[in-house]
Design a protein around this ligand. Structure first.
Ligand code: HEC
Ligand code: HEC
Ligand code: HEC
Ligand code: HEC
Ligand code: HEC
Ligand code: HEC
Ligand code: HEC
Ligand code: HEC
Length: 459
């Protein structure tokens, strides 16, 4: 179970007392005297928050820590505008520790900054340039941009990276003198803070409400977990669970303290219920979002969960950890059992695992075909993402194959079948097979022609 409620009460009382002292010494007012006027929105959100109730005032988070380069002098105070998770750590050590081990916190280095991470250690490269112009499947548009001659053209800004990838994944925030910041605002999951820490808390608990109720709702996660390559929000919306949330979610109890939330409060699960919440007293709240998963469904071949960043370099070493995977499945299933019978939930997972196995089989065929096309010199290896078989190979995995597996994992039948298996097999793999066949025939014709012209030539 999560923290006992006695601790909760004590912490509320002690913070209440401290809060009282704080109000007496007018600590919050030192900032609010101006900020009620300059940023009334922030003042209002803070007043309405739990932090305000328990006396956690502006300076508790904004007074800068030693060695933070984002510190600056501000009306007699030394503050930062970017309180990183380290600023929450004294009061919320468990949440910060769990989050730092999650793939969320590593989401920039595992995502758009991966080419940078891999090379930077040795070469000290310019992160901004690396994050935009790497010729790699991480940047699916890079192959065609290269073909067009735009990949290294300084007039082309690659600004979809700034307002796309790193909005979700995070990027560097660089501190400059006098509180000036480069790369800010950014609240991507794995952003690299000026103080060197990674991650942020505000993409789920937006400031200055810092609310648990907000983080429990599926819209919070849906900001990033959507679209053609990871449509978890759309899958949820079409699932029976999402339907019930849509029909009656307004009347559920969203405010129950963490660890005390359960089936008496809600009629169907949200993203947080299955992946994070302490629920029904059978699982503890976790900020390590991988903790209840068996599979890695995003890579080309699905494998059991990888070891975490506390054990390996997550960016370079992808080592499956069967014990972690099995414990993840067990925890997830305990959540299901709160509302379903054992047979209902167990049968579901049995069917889901077979979908994963089917996808893996199709992937091996797809990958084998591409290697064969390279070996027969029907396509070239130099620009990895410009020829039709390469693009289809990418889509079978990255778009359709993910939808197929993820639809099955979260009860979205349309994503499993029509947007998943059918698009992967009939549309993409079909196109790939036919394109390769065409290239073979063309090659045969070209060889015949050159033989013929060779025979007819002088000599
Ligand atoms: C004398 C008035 C005054 C006081 C006192 C004051 N602020 Fe400010 N603060 C401002 C103004 C004005 C701005 C600029 C707002 C803008 O950029 O529109 C600002 C901006 C900020 C910013 C944003 C900085 C940026 O670069 O975006 C933060 C964070 C901040 N204040 C926090 C605090 C905290 C915390 C305190 C108390 C320790 C405090 N302020 C006290 C007037 C004040
Ligand atoms: C519980 C911690 C916490 C408390 C308390 C807090 N802040 Fe913040 N504040 C943050 C975080 C986190 C950010 C977001 C920084 C980021 O991630 O970019 C932030 C951002 C800001 C910003 C700049 C962001 C923007 O939207 O312009 C201002 C200004 C600010 N806070 C003022 C205040 C004032 C005034 C108070 C007191 C009424 C206050 N904060 C209380 C954590 C806190
Ligand atoms: C000085 C201590 C302190 C700091 C710093 C602090 N918090 Fe808190 N926070 C508290 C206390 C106390 C509570 C109330 C706990 C309770 O209800 O038992 C709380 C509650 C919360 C809650 C639950 C709110 C709810 O709706 O029940 C969230 C989320 C949260 N904090 C996030 C943060 C984040 C993110 C930061 C850093 C940006 C932060 N806190 C910094 C002390 C702090
Ligand atoms: C709308 C938000 C969003 C955007 C934009 C986005 N991503 Fe992602 N990305 C995600 C999410 C969510 C996942 C997790 C998918 C999963 O695990 O099911 C992810 C996963 C990944 C992964 C897999 C990481 C791993 O652990 O294997 C890589 C690599 C990646 N993204 C790179 C990028 C790059 C590069 C861009 C821009 C060219 C980009 N992403 C744009 C949200 C986004
Ligand atoms: C009924 C419970 C449930 C709900 C609700 C739910 N999920 Fe899941 N989710 C699962 C299960 C089960 C898996 C697969 C676990 C495994 O690997 O065995 C999964 C897998 C995932 C994955 C991992 C995909 C990968 O790449 O491996 C992500 C990301 C995810 N869910 C996000 C979300 C988001 C975002 C929402 C809400 C929009 C959500 N989930 C709602 C149960 C749920
Ligand atoms: C991916 C979304 C997400 C992120 C990021 C996130 N949280 Fe949470 N947080 C949640 C959810 C969901 C809950 C409610 C858990 C429950 O229902 O049991 C929660 C609950 C909490 C609570 C209340 C716990 C309690 O025992 O009362 C605190 C405090 C908190 N988070 C702090 C943080 C801090 C600090 C960070 C950054 C290190 C952070 N959170 C980042 C989603 C998030
Ligand atoms: C600001 C964007 C963003 C938000 C909001 C967000 N995520 Fe994520 N999430 C990501 C990205 C990016 C990744 C992929 C990280 C990676 O593997 O590089 C990810 C990965 C995950 C994973 C896979 C973890 C693993 O170990 O494989 C799960 C599960 C997940 N998120 C659940 C959630 C839930 C639940 C919420 C809401 C409570 C949420 N996320 C909110 C961006 C987001
Ligand atoms: C908070 C309660 C709750 C939790 C937790 C929960 N479910 Fe459900 N689930 C429901 C309800 C209610 C229905 C609708 C049943 C009906 O059709 O009458 C449902 C329906 C379903 C369905 C049927 C979908 C359909 O198409 O009819 C499946 C499959 C399912 N759940 C699987 C799971 C799995 C697997 C888990 C755990 C990962 C889980 N559920 C967790 C409440 C829950």
């Amino acid at each position: 179970m999560s923290r006992p409620s006695v601790f909760r009460v004590l912490s509320v009382i002690s913070w209440g007392i401290l809060g009282g002292i704080a109000v007496q010494t007018a600590a919050a007012d030192e900032c609010l005297v101006c900020h009620e006027m300059t940023t009334p929105g922030i003042a209002k959100q803070w007043h309405d928050s739990r932090h305000s109730d328990v006396g956690v005032e502006c300076r508790a988070c904004h007074q800068s820590r030693a060695g933070d380069p984002s510190a600056f002098e501000h009306n007699g105070f030394t503050i930062t505008a970017v309180p990183s998770p380290r600023y929450c750590e004294d009061c919320h050590p468990q949440e910060v520790e769990e989050h730092s081990r999650s793939k969320h916190a590593w989401g920039a280095f595992l995502g758009p900054l991966k080419p940078y991470y891999l090379k930077a250690k040795a070469e000290g490269l310019d992160p901004e340039r690396m994050a935009k112009t790497a010729l790699t499947p991480l940047f699916p548009d890079s192959g065609i941009l290269h073909k067009l001659g735009l990949l290294d053209d300084p007039t082309y800004h690659h600004n979809n990276v700034n307002l796309g990838c790193i909005e979700c994944h995070g990027s560097f925030i660089i501190a400059e003198p006098e509180g000036r910041l480069k790369g800010w605002p950014n609240a991507g999951v794995g952003r690299i803070n000026p103080d060197g820490s990674i991650g942020s808390c505000t993409y789920c608990h937006t400031r200055h409400g810092f609310s648990v109720a907000e983080a429990r709702k599926p819209e919070t996660c849906g900001q990033c977990h959507l679209g053609p390559d990871h449509p978890q929000h759309e899958i949820y919306e079409e699932s029976k669970h999402g339907n019930i949330y849509g029909a009656s979610g307004e009347s559920w109890d969203w405010e129950a303290p963490a660890g005390e939330w359960g089936p008496e409060d809600i009629a169907a699960p949200t993203c947080a219920t299955c992946h994070m919440s302490g629920f029904g007293g059978v699982v503890e709240t976790t900020h390590e979002v991988g903790e209840r998963l068996y599979w890695e469904l995003q890579p080309k071949k699905s494998v059991p969960q990888w070891k975490g960043p506390d054990e390996v370099d997550l960016v370079t070493d992808r080592v499956s950890d069967l014990t972690k995977a099995e414990s993840g499945r067990e925890k997830m299933t305990l959540v299901c059992y709160q509302c379903h019978s054992g047979q209902w939930a167990d049968n579901y997972f049995e069917e889901f695992d077979k979908v994963v196995a089917d996808y893996n089989q199709i992937w091996e065929r797809t990958d084998g075909l591409l290697q064969q096309a390279y070996d027969e010199e029907l396509i070239s290896r130099d620009n990895p993402l410009d020829e039709t078989p390469e693009i289809m190979h990418y889509l079978v995995w990255h778009h359709d194959g993910r939808r197929w597996r993820m639809g099955a994992s979260m009860m979205g039948p349309d994503w499993t079948h029509w947007n998943g298996a059918v698009d992967a097999i009939m549309n993409k793999l079909g196109t790939m097979i036919n394109d390769i066949e065409m290239r073979r025939r063309l090659k045969a014709i070209e060889e015949k022609l050159s033989l013929a012209s060779g025979a007819a030539g002088p000599g």
